[in-house]
Design a protein. Structure first.
Length: 505
């Protein structure tokens, strides 16, 4: 009997939430914000950086692409490293490395050093992002608190890009473009202190896992070629042999990766984690939301600055209502609607809002007003992202064995990053084609024709974005299980359900 009582007490002690868990949420949320906003914060600063360092228009895309390539291709490795060497250790290493890379980029005297620093940022971001989500997954195990925590985290993941535009506009206009990189040093320092004080160290139980080196090389190469292929298509066009060669090579390596994961004893990504219907639907939903979100940031930013003549600061502030609506929707969906209706209802509703927002954006023209035309579209987009991201992220990591929480979380970030790369490249290419066709059909070329062509190209991109969200609506509605059907727990505890998260041990 005493032994039973002791065992019961141990279980309760393990299950009892730490009083520091909300500080843990603040710490990992800060790191996630830094990683996501860095994908867009540099965009507004590019013209000033280009004037200072003297690089060409053809080269400037590498300031953005270098970060995306390193980040996107190494995410699964970063997630698995957190499973292998410990999440707190991986998290702090990632923060220190990100701060150093940011300081190097801020002080960069040449274009080459700036690009190298951005790539280095991407490497450490690939350690930070999945580790932060995995820490959240294993820290919050009580359903109500888990929903609240993922509501905050999902809002950060969805709003980070828009916050980057707002912060980038402020820093560029009132300070210097280099502060778009220096600011990360201060954010990282606060997060490091938070990690040391509030993030607990989990003692490993059982044998030490083994890193799947062949699988890591295959999937990292596949993701690198995928992101590079789409980035190259954005600049060189879809008829470029390099673009198609990269994408074909990515497909081959992905097939090799899947075949290897089926036969190896220590897989990098156990396939049942991805093949579960709820998780698969969540990864696809995050990918589609990422594609639509980055597309909106790109074309609305161009529209506001080029077509309407907004300053960098005005452009950033224009996205603020979208951020507010996104945070509000994230809290409502995860705390009220998701527990009651489940992701099969909430995520498709978010996709529907995405379709509506994109259609509203197609109505924008040279005489559009911010309050009457732009604001409603951005607020509906905030509703869309706040409904999709938190629910999909929470479902994607629900029920995973803690030893695979890092790599399962990495899949969420991989989906968002790849979605953003695909969306930006594809929509930009479609918009460029539409612009050329419009000028050809309405020539001769003049300032007025070019201005109308730009509006037309944005409209084409928005219609395609609406198509993305419509496809996401159908996929999410078909794939997600009905509420209460449970979730497949390959590599998780048998008998747990979607309403019963796995307890971290």
């Amino acid at each position: 009997m005493p032994q039973t009582s002791s065992s019961t007490s141990a279980v309760h002690a393990a299950a009892a939430p730490s009083s520091r868990r909300w500080w843990t949420l603040a710490t990992v949320g800060l790191a996630q914000l830094m990683v996501v906003l860095d994908a867009t914060v540099v965009n507004i600063a590019l013209p000033a950086a280009q004037a200072d360092l003297g690089f060409s228009n053809g080269d400037r895309q590498w300031v953005v692409t270098a970060y995306a390539l390193a980040f996107g291709s190494l995410l699964l490795l970063g997630g698995r490293l957190s499973d292998l060497i410990g999440r707190k250790r991986t998290f702090i290493i990632g923060l220190i490395g990100f701060a150093i890379a940011s300081a190097l980029g801020g002080a960069a005297p040449t274009f080459g050093i700036l690009v190298a620093a951005r790539a280095l940022q991407g490497v450490f971001a690939a350690m930070l992002a999945p580790t932060a989500l995995a820490m959240l997954t294993t820290t919050f195990t009580i359903p109500r608190e888990r929903a609240r925590a993922f509501g905050v985290f999902g809002a950060i993941a969805g709003a980070g890009g828009a916050i980057g535009l707002l912060l980038g506009g402020f820093l560029t206009e009132y300070f210097d473009w280099r502060w778009n990189l220096y600011i990360n040093v201060f954010i990282a320092l606060v997060a490091i202190i938070g990690a040391i004080l509030f993030v607990g160290h989990v003692t490993r139980t059982g044998p030490r896992p083994t890193l799947d080196i062949p699988g890591t090389l295959a999937v990292s190469g596949a993701l690198f070629l995928l992101v590079y292929g789409f980035s190259n298509a954005e600049t060189d066009g879809w008829d470029s042999p390099l673009s198609w060669g990269m994408l074909a090579g990515s497909g081959v390596l992905l097939v090799v990766f899947v075949l290897w994961q089926r036969r190896t004893r220590h897989p990098l990504l156990p396939l049942p984690i991805v093949l579960d219907r709820n998780r698969g639907a969540s990864y696809i939903s995050v990918l589609i939301a990422g594609a639509g979100m980055f597309g909106v940031f790109l074309f609305v930013t161009y529209y506001l600055q080029v077509s309407l003549g907004y300053s960098a600061m005005q452009t950033g502030l224009s996205f603020l209502p979208m951020i507010v609506m996104l945070v509000l929707a994230a809290q409502l969906s995860t705390n009220i609607f998701l527990p009651r209706f489940g992701p099969k209802i909430i995520v498709p509703i978010g996709m529907m809002f995405g379709v509506i927002a994109m259609i509203l954006l197609t109505r924008l023209g040279h005489d559009s007003g911010y309050v009457s035309d732009i604001l409603p579209a951005l607020m509906v987009m905030g509703l869309a992202m706040g409904s999709i991201m938190p629910g999909a992220m929470q479902t994607a990591t629900l029920g995973v064995d803690p030893q695979f929480a890092g790599v399962a979380s990495a899949m969420v970030n991989t989906s968002q990053q790849v979605g953003g790369s695909i969306g930006t490249a594809l929509l930009n290419t479609l918009a460029a084609t539409a612009l050329t066709a419009y000028v050809t059909a309405n020539g001769p070329e003049s300032a007025e024709v070019l201005a109308e062509a730009a509006i037309h190209s944005y409209t084409v991109a928005y219609w395609w974005g609406a198509g993305f969200f419509a496809a996401g609506l159908v996929i999410a509605a078909l794939l997600y299980r009905r509420r209460g059907d449970g979730i497949s727990l390959a590599h998780g505890r048998p008998g747990a359900t979607a309403s019963e998260p796995v307890i971290a041990h």
